[in-house]
Design a protein around this ligand. Structure first.
Ligand code: NAD
Length: 366
């Protein structure tokens, strides 16, 4: 039996509990939240035996093999580092941290402790993305030259997911003071991973971030609303391809739309998760003629929850791990710096770098 503790019992904590509870020989034995009522209700709903109000208490209490960290972004690093120090395997929500520095500390600590570490880039679970990566690796598309990707939401412009001004779940996402990196850190992180995963990674970005005016009637002054809510990125990828990646919270009627096009010199693919996560469109050059789009069904792929548990059982680290989370964190910071400095910024395993002698020591406050 693998025993799990869930830290943070809001929207995603609920998802983690549901997903783990469906798995054989896995038990969610404890949960914690700074909000006592919420954690007690959560434990009652999911039949979890032990409720705590801090991660420290959870880790010192009922024994667990692994934890899920599903708190707001700003707490990921301190909680994950504590769990790693106690030798627990960690599945952490995205973004891995709120700075590259913290993400790199998490990566290095997990590596040194030898614990299984994964970051929940949810859309990796899409069979279409896994199939896309295989098609690129097999050379079927030839050399991929151009990329188009978007992640569109609209909760600032319509109420389908509840009115943003009335819910802490949405309010912390608008506030830099609460550790949010805006739409870039919230869902831009997914599309940066999604778009670059089949090609390896992103080597540089040029980005514009914008935070639009919002009505703050009835909202506590505590929330600063300074986090960006639209991001437009041009990127160069590790294989030399270039492309555009954009994300926003203003794209009515898109609730949660991800799309990726990869254009190679022998063929192209299109993934549209609104259409299906289980199939993609492919167009192959026939001779030197342009082929029609064909629908390609994609093999089922295990979820990150399954891969995390498999990793704990086998001792084999799967992707996306904290190293990938830190690399994407470097891309997020590069986007922030690029927008602030209006220039191209490099992305790397050791953090972002500005190709000039004007490298700032840390991302400027935007
Ligand atoms: N992978 C995905 O697709 C996906 C989707 C949505 C959110 N997320 C991520 O999941 C995380 C949680 O998001 P959410 O939408 O569930 O937020 P939420 O606001 O609904 O829930 C967060 C919970 O954490 C609790 N909390 C705050 N500080 C805590 C602490 N120090 N210790 C314990 N509990 C604490 C809050 O009281 C709240 O109940 C965020 O990092 C978010 O970016 C990921």
């Amino acid at each position: 039996m693998i025993r799990i503790g869930i830290i943070g019992t809001g929207g995603m904590g609920n998802q983690h509990a549901l997903r783990f509870s469906r798995m054989k020989r896995v038990e969610v034995v404890s949960a914690c939240d700074v909000n006592r009522t919420r954690v007690e209700t959560f434990c009652a709903e999911h039949s979890i035996g032990h409720a705590y109000c801090s991660a420290r208490d959870l880790l010192a209490g009922q024994p667990v093999d692994a934890v899920s960290v599903a708190t707001p972004d700003a707490m990921h690093a301190s909680i994950a580092l504590l769990a790693i120090e106690k030798g627990r395997h960690v599945l952490c929500e995205k973004p891995l941290a709120t700075s590259y520095e913290d993400a790199a500390r998490m990566r290095d600590a997990a590596h040194a402790a030898g614990v299984i570490n994964m970051v929940n880039f949810t859309y990796r679970d899409s069979p279409a993305l896994q199939a896309a990566a295989k098609l690129v690796a097999s050379g079927e598309l030839g050399v991929v030259r151009h990329v188009h990707a978007h992640y569109l939401q609209s909760w600032l412009a319509q109420d389908e997911w509840g009115y943003w001004r009335e819910s802490p779940t949405w309010l912390w996402r608008l506030s830099k003071k609460h550790g949010s990196m805006g739409v870039l850190g919230d869902v831009g992180v997914h599309i940066l991973d999604f778009a670059s995963m089949p090609l390896g990674g992103i080597s540089s970005v040029r980005c514009t971030l914008k935070s639009f005016e919002k009505d703050r009637t009835g909202v506590a002054d505590d929330y600063d609303f300074e986090a960006n809510d639209s991001a437009a990125i041009t990127a160069e990828f590790e294989n030399g391809a270039i492309g555009v990646i954009h994300t926003t919270r203003w794209a009515v009627p898109h609730l949660n739309s991800l799309r990726l096009n990869l254009y190679g010199d022998k063929g192209s693919i299109e993934l549209d998760l609104d259409r299906s996560a289980n199939e993609l469109l492919i167009s192959r050059n026939v001779g030197r003629k342009c082929g029609d789009w064909e629908h390609l069904r994609c093999d089922a792929t295990p979820s990150i929850f399954e891969r995390f548990i498999t990793g704990i059982r086998s001792g084999e680290q799967d992707q996306p791990d904290f190293a990938r989370g830190a690399l994407i964190q470097s891309a997020l910071e590069a986007c922030e710096v690029s927008s602030a400095m209006d220039r191209t910024v490099r992305v790397g395993e050791n953090g972002y770098s500005v190709p000039s002698d004007a490298t700032p020591e840390r991302p400027p406050v935007l």
